[in-house]
Ligand binder design. Structure first.
Ligand SMILES: Nc1ncnc2c1ncn2[C@@H]1O[C@H](COP(=O)(O)OP(=O)(O)OP(=O)(O)O)[C@@H](O)[C@H]1O
Ligand SMILES: CC(C)(CO)[C@@H](O)C(=O)[O-]
Ligand code: BAL
Length: 335
């Protein structure tokens, strides 16, 4: 039976959001937060179900929609990140279980030099040379490698904004997808190290029928590139099967994945096999590990980006379009 439509309350103000959460808790409800950047799909909706499942007793689910400038470097795709707020609200209402949507206009205080440099509209906090905001959370080891190598400010921005969301929403539970495996582990570690009293849930990847992991940026893929991007899930499934059949040399498995992605026309960002919690690379898959893959598909894209007050024509990173795809596969090898 389909859930009854329930229009969530839309909250834009931080103080109002915090007061709302405190009221729900005073009513005896568990507050569960699902942080997103919007342009919602079934992957996001599965996090909402996971939030309900993880909460004991009555639950108030909050979905945040905020495209966080501080996790994008100036060369990245902040300006073109997809959005459809009206569509998102319809999808959230249709779940019947989302009580509030938190969509702040901004979560950062802009310093005078930032406002001056770009006429008040900073497209990316890095553009401001760090003057706009100077308190950052770094998860120093886990943020290195994998996505951290090619996105140098990404995890600092994610950890900081997620901590801010935690401080505003004050959730009991927060849910993150394992598609962004390193992100989930970074958040778990931050919560542990900084004593946030929040249960973090890692939720399984939702894939399209043909195996492609759902992702907001998939909308940027042409039909042809989408077909090529299927090589990611195909190579991951093949690798998992090989590992479960006893082939546990990481290098051999990684080489095979790189070959599959390259033959499909992808540009490999990384292929790594790491321990599940520490994200330390393993030579042999003889303990719980996760295979992590990111590759770019799509034609080189040129786009205009407003950087430090100048309109600059920026070729996307090394001529690659920002249809970056990442996905992971957890493996529990036998023996
Ligand atoms: N296919 C998916 N399955 C499970 N969780 C997902 C999936 N896609 C996204 N998520 C999770 O949803 C949360 C919000 O992610 P976000 O709004 O950035 O969407 P996204 O699809 O990951 O976008 P992008 O295309 O930018 O990677 C994150 O915790 C992310 O891991
Ligand atoms: C966790 C998050 C909402 C922080 O901006 C973002 O990185 C995302 O959507 O995965
Ligand atoms: N879910 C990933 C967010 C990002 O790529 O910025």
């Amino acid at each position: 039976m389909a859930a009854a439509v329930h229009e969530p309350e839309v909250i834009r103000d931080k103080a109002e959001m915090r007061a709302w959460s405190r009221h729900r808790r005073a009513e005896g409800k568990t507050v569960a937060l699902v942080p997103t950047m919007g342009f919602l799909h079934e992957g996001h909706l599965s996090l909402i179900s996971a939030a309900v499942a993880a909460s004991t007793g009555p639950v108030a689910v909050v979905v945040s929609i905020y495209v966080n400038p501080s996790q994008f470097a100036p060369t990245e795709d902040l300006a073109t990140y997809p959005s459809d707020f009206a569509g998102d609200l319809r999808k959230l209402a249709a779940t019947g279980v989302v009580a509030a949507v938190f969509c702040p206009p901004d979560l950062y205080v802009r310093g005078p030099s930032a406002a001056g440099a770009s006429g008040g509209a900073v497209s990316c906090l890095e553009d401001a040379g760090g003057h706009a905001h100077e308190t950052w959370i770094r998860v120093e080891q886990l943020e290195k490698g994998l996505c951290g190598s090619s996105r140098p400010v990404f995890f600092r921005g994610v950890a900081t904004v997620v901590a801010k969301l935690f401080n505003v929403v004050e959730p009991d539970v927060a849910v993150f997808g394992k598609k962004d495996y390193q992100q989930w582990r970074v958040i778990c570690r931050m919560v542990r190290d900084l004593d946030f009293a929040i249960q973090i849930v890692g939720s399984e990847i939702v894939r399209e029928a043909d195996g492609l992991a759902m992702s907001s940026r998939n909308v940027n893929l042409s039909d042809e590139d989408r077909e090529k991007a299927l090589s990611i899930s195909r190579s991951l499934m093949d690798a998992r099967t090989a590992a479960l059949n006893g082939s546990n040399h990481s290098q051999q498995i990684k080489d095979q994945i790189v070959q599959t992605l390259t033959e499909a026309g992808g540009q490999v960002d990384y292929v790594e096999i790491v321990e599940q919690e520490s994200l330390v690379p393993v030579e042999r898959m003889d303990r719980p590990c996760v295979i992590c893959v990111a590759a770019w598909f799509g034609k080189p894209l040129r786009f205009l980006r407003r950087a430090v007050g100048l309109w600059a024509v920026a070729a996307s990173r090394a001529g690659r379009s920002w249809v970056a795809k990442q996905s992971t596969m957890e493996v529990l090898p036998i023996g």
